[in-house]
Write a protein that binds this ligand. Structure first.
Ligand SMILES: Cc1cc2nc3c(=O)[nH]c(=O)nc-3n(C[C@H](O)[C@H](O)[C@H](O)COP(=O)(O)OP(=O)(O)OC[C@H]3O[C@@H](n4cnc5c(N)ncnc54)[C@H](O)[C@@H]3O)c2cc1C
Length: 700
C-alpha cells in the first residue's frame, strides 16, 4: 500500500514538473512572440526618409549633380546683397563656405571660437587630401574614388552624395593650387601623390605633413579678402550657444539667427541672418582623450538636434590606428601620427610572446628583434592592401594582437610602425624629406629616435562619421539651417577613408553649398532683415543665460576635466572599439550617473560675465554627456558590425565585421523628444541603385 502511494506521489510530482515546464515554455514563447510583435509594430511605425525627402535628384549617378545644378533656383546679384548668412566655424568647411558665399555677393557673418580663423582644428590635418586626378596614371578615376569611398564606408553612405564628392574632388585641387597652396611636386613639376588606406592607387595630394595647415591658409586668404571687402564680418572668440528659430507666415520654423557668447567679455549677443550654416567640426572629444583639438566640441550639433535637426549615425566614430600611445593619467590629448606613414612604414609585433614580455619589461628594444621573429600582421592577414588597409581594419587588428599579449610597450597597448626597410630602400634623407616633421614630433613626445628604433603606435579616437543629418542640399530638417564638413553625417558611411575629410569639408564649402543654399535663399528674397529684439531672440538668450546661471550656481567639488575624463573612460570601455549589448546597456547607466554627478557636483570658478575657460568647458561637457549617451543608444540599436562600429556579437570566425544588410542598410537618424526622454528612431533606407553591396575584402 505504502509503495503504491509512493508511486502515485512520484507520478504526481512528475506530472507537476512537466506541467510547470510546459507552462514555462508557453510563457517564454508568449514573451518572445510579444517581443516580436512589438518589434514588428516598431518597425512598421518607424518613420522613413524617402529619396524625395532627402532631395536626391533622379537620373543616372554621374548626371545627378549636373542635372541638379542645371535646374536649381538662383539668386540674382542685386538680391544676393540683401541676404545675410551666418557661418559658424572657420575650419576648412566653414572658411571655404564663408569665403565663397561672400565672393558670390551674400553678406556673411562668420564665427569661431579661436582667436584667429587660422587656428581652427583643420590646421592639424597632416597627411593629405584625396582627388581623382590620376596624375600617377595608375588607373584612378572619379568612379574609382566613388567606389573606394562607398566600400571603405562599409556600404553605409548615400550613393548620390559620394559620387558628387568624387566628382568635385578635382575642382578642389585646382582651386587650392590657384590660391597658392604649396602641394608637394615631383621633379617634373606635376603635383605629387601618395597612398592612403583603402585605395590601391596614389591619389592623395599633400604638403609635407602639414596639408591641413596649408589648405586652411589658402581658404583663410580667400576669407581675408572678403573681410577686407566688407562682405564677411568676422567674429573671433565667439561661441554660438543656441540657434534662433522664427516662424514664417505659414507657421513653419526657420533658422533666423544665433545667440553667441563673446568669450573674452562673457557678453551674450544676438545675431540675425536669413540662413544659418554650421561647420563646427566633429564630436570625438566626447572620449576626452582624442586626436582632436582641445576646443573641438559637439555643442553646435546638440543645439541643432534640440531644435529638431536629426542626429544621424551617432555611433559611427573612427578610431585611428596610428596614434602615439597614451602614456599617463594626466594626459589631456592624444597625438596622431599621420596615416601617410603607412605608405613606407611597416606595422608589426613580435611573433613570440616571450619577446613581447621582454619589450613590455623594457629589457629589449624593437630593433633587437630579428626579422624572422617579427609578425607583420597586416601584410599577413590582408596581402592585397597590406599596411594600407582602412583605419577600422588596421585598428581592430592592432587591438587583437595586443589583447593576445603581443603589445610592445609597458602598458602592452602598442604595436610597432617601422621605417628600417624604407630607410634602407630610399635612404634616411628621402624618408626625412617626406615625413621629417612627423618624426621630429614623435621624438619630442616619446623621447626616442624613430629613425633608429621603430615608432610605437596604438589606436585612438580621431574622427566622427556620424553627425547632423542633411539632405542632398546639405540642409538639415530645420528650414534654413545647413550643416557642412565633419559636423554633418553625409559622405563617409560607417568608416571614413584617410584624406577624405579635407576633401569633403572643402567640397561642401567651395563647391556644393554655394549652389544648394541658393535654392533655399531664392525664396527668401522678400524676407526683410529682422530685429533681434523679437521675442524669439529674447527667449533664446534667456534660456542660454539661465543655463549658465544654473551651472555657475552648482559650486560642487569636481572639476570639469575630472568629470570629462570619467566620461571618456566610460566611452572607451563601453562604447569604444569593441561594443556588446550588455556593455552598452551598462555604459548608458554609467553615463546617466555621470550626468547626475555633473549637474549636482561640478565646480566652476570665476565669473560668468568675463573670460572663463572652465565655464566654456562645462557648457561643452554638458553636451558631450548627451552625445555620449546618444552614441551608446545608436550603437545598441545597430545590431551589426560595420566600419568603425564593431559589435562583438556580429563578427566572422576570422574576427572581421559582419554586416546585416537585410536589417540595417539605413541611416539611423535620431529625433530629439525632450529632456530626459528617449529619442525617436527615423530611418533613411540606403537602397543601392548603382553599386553592388559586397563583403569588404582587403585580402585579395
Ligand atoms: C591630427 C589630425 C590629422 C588629420 N589629418 C587629416 C588628413 O590628413 N586628411 C584629412 O582628410 N583629414 C584629416 N583629419 C580630419 C580633418 O582634419 C577634419 O575632419 C576636418 O579638418 C574638419 O574640418 P571642419 O571644417 O569640418 O571642422 P573644424 O576644422 O573642426 O572647424 C570647426 C570650426 O567650428 C568652430 N566652432 C565649433 N563650435 C563652435 C561654436 N559653438 N561657436 C562658434 N564656432 C564654433 C571652431 O572654432 C572651428 O573654427 C585629421 C584630423 C586630425 C585630428
Amino acid at each position: 500500500m505504502a509503495k503504491k502511494e509512493t508511486i502515485v506521489d512520484a507520478a504526481k510530482k512528475t506530472v507537476k514538473k512537466v506541467a510547470e515546464k510546459v507552462a514555462e515554455k508557453v510563457v517564454e514563447a508568449a514573451v518572445e512572440a510579444t517581443v516580436q510583435v512589438q518589434e514588428a509594430v516598431k518597425e512598421a511605425t518607424t518613420p522613413i526618409i524617402t529619396p524625395e525627402m532627402a532631395k536626391i535628384p533622379a537620373g543616372p549617378l554621374e548626371l545627378k549633380w549636373t542635372n541638379y545644378k542645371n535646374h536649381q533656383k538662383l539668386v540674382n546679384p542685386a538680391n544676393k546683397r540683401r541676404l545675410d548668412v551666418i557661418v559658424v566655424g572657420t575650419g576648412l568647411a566653414g572658411s571655404s563656405a564663408a569665403a565663397s558665399l561672400a565672393e558670390m555677393g551674400f553678406n556673411v557673418l562668420n564665427f569661431c571660437i579661436q582667436d584667429s580663423p587660422r587656428r581652427a582644428h583643420s590646421i592639424a590635418a597632416q597627411g593629405g587630401i584625396n582627388a581623382a586626378k590620376n596624375y600617377q596614371n595608375d588607373g584612378d578615376s572619379v568612379y574609382r574614388l566613388y567606389y573606394d569611398t562607398i566600400k571603405g564606408g562599409d556600404y553605409r553612405a548615400r550613393e548620390a552624395n559620394v559620387y558628387r564628392l568624387a566628382e568635385v574632388s578635382n575642382n578642389i585641387i585646382d582651386q587650392c593650387v590657384a590660391q597658392g597652396v604649396p602641394f608637394a611636386r615631383e621633379y617634373g613639376g606635376l603635383l605629387d601623390n601618395r597612398s592612403f588606406g583603402g585605395a590601391q592607387v596614389s591619389r592623395t595630394f599633400y604638403a609635407k605633413g602639414q596639408t591641413g595647415q596649408q589648405l586652411l591658409l589658402g581658404a583663410y586668404s580667400a576669407l581675408s579678402r572678403q573681410i577686407g571687402k566688407g562682405k564677411v564680418k568676422m567674429y573671433t572668440r565667439y561661441e554660438m550657444l543656441d540657434i534662433v528659430l522664427v516662424k514664417d507666415e505659414n507657421g513653419e520654423q526657420r533658422a533666423r539667427g544665433i545667440i553667441a557668447r563673446n568669450l573674452v567679455t562673457g557678453r551674450i549677443e544676438r545675431f540675425f541672418a536669413h540662413a544659418v550654416v554650421v561647420g563646427s567640426g566633429g564630436y570625438g572629444n566626447t572620449f576626452f582623450l582624442s586626436t582632436n583639438a582641445m576646443a573641438s566640441n559637439g555643442s553646435a550639433a546638440m543645439q541643432m538636434y534640440r531644435h529638431g535637426a536629426l542626429f544621424a549615425n551617432p555611433c559611427y566614430a573612427q578610431i585611428h590606428p596610428t596614434c602615439i600611445p597614451k602614456h599617463g593619467d594626466f594626459q589631456s590629448k592624444l597625438t596622431l601620427m599621420s596615416e601617410s606613414l603607412r605608405n613606407d612604414g611597416r606595422i608589426w609585433v613580435p611573433k613570440k610572446l616571450e619577446d613581447a614580455k621582454r619589450l613590455q619589461a623594457g629589457e629589449i628594444k624593437g630593433r633587437d628583434i630579428p626579422e624572422e621573429d617579427r609578425d607583420y600582421y597586416l601584410e599577413r592577414r590582408y596581402p592585397a592592401f597590406g599596411n594600407l588597409v582602412p583605419r577600422d581594419v588596421a585598428s581592430r587588428a592592432a587591438k587583437e594582437r595586443c589583447d593576445k599579449g603581443y603589445g610592445v610597450n609597458n602598458t602592452g597597448l602598442a604595436v610597432f610602425l617601422d621605417f628600417s626597410d624604407a630607410i634602407q630602400r630610399l635612404g634616411k634623407d628621402v624618408v626625412a624629406q617626406k615625413y621629417g616633421n612627423l618624426f621630429q614630433m614623435y621624438e619630442k613626445i616619446v623621447d626616442e629616435n624613430p629613425y633608429e628604433n621603430p615608432m610605437m603606435i596604438f589606436p585612438a579616437i580621431h574622427y566622427t562619421m556620424g553627425g547632423i543629418w542633411v539632405d542632398y542640399e546639405l540642409q538639415t530638417t530645420v528650414k534654413g539651417l545647413f550643416c557642412i564638413g565633419e559636423a554633418n553625417f553625409s559622405d563617409h558611411g560607417a568608416n571614413r577613408l584617410g584624406a577624405s575629410a579635407l576633401m569633403q569639408g572643402l567640397a561642401d564649402g567651395y563647391f556644393v553649398l554655394p549652389y544648394t543654399i541658393q535654392n533655399y535663399l531664392s525664396d527668401q528674397i522678400g524676407v526683410p532683415r529682422m530685429s533681434t529684439d523679437l521675442p524669439e531672440f529674447a527667449e533664446a538668450e534667456k534660456a542660454v543665460q539661465d543655463k549658465i546661471n544654473k551651472l555657475m550656481a552648482i559650486q560642487g567639488k569636481r572639476s570639469v576635466d575630472s568629470i570629462h575624463k570619467e566620461l571618456g573612460l566610460i566611452m572607451w570601455d563601453f562604447v569604444g572599439m569593441g561594443r556588446t549589448a550588455e556593455g552598452l546597456k551598462e555604459g548608458i547607466k554609467k553615463i546617466d550617473a555621470i550626468k547626475k554627478e555633473f549637474w549636482t557636483n561640478v565646480y566652476i570658478p570665476g565669473e560668468a560675465n568675463s573670460l572663463n575657460n572652465e565655464l566654456e568647458k562645462a557648457l561643452r561637457l554638458a553636451d558631450f554627456i548627451e552625445i555620449g549617451r546618444l552614441m551608446a543608444v545608436d550603437a545598441l540599436h545597430r545590431e551589426e558590425s560595420c566600419g568603425g562600429h564593431f559589435r562583438e556579437e556580429y563578427q566572422t570566425p576570422e574576427g572581421e565585421a559582419l554586416r546585416q544588410d537585410d536589417k540595417f542598410a539605413y541611416v539611423g537618424c535620431w529625433k530629439y523628444m525632450g529632456e530626459d526622454k528617449e529619442p525617436q528612431l527615423i530611418k533613411e533606407p540606403l537602397d543601392y541603385e548603382f553599386t553592388e553591396r559586397k563583403t569588404r575584402n582587403y585580402k585579395n
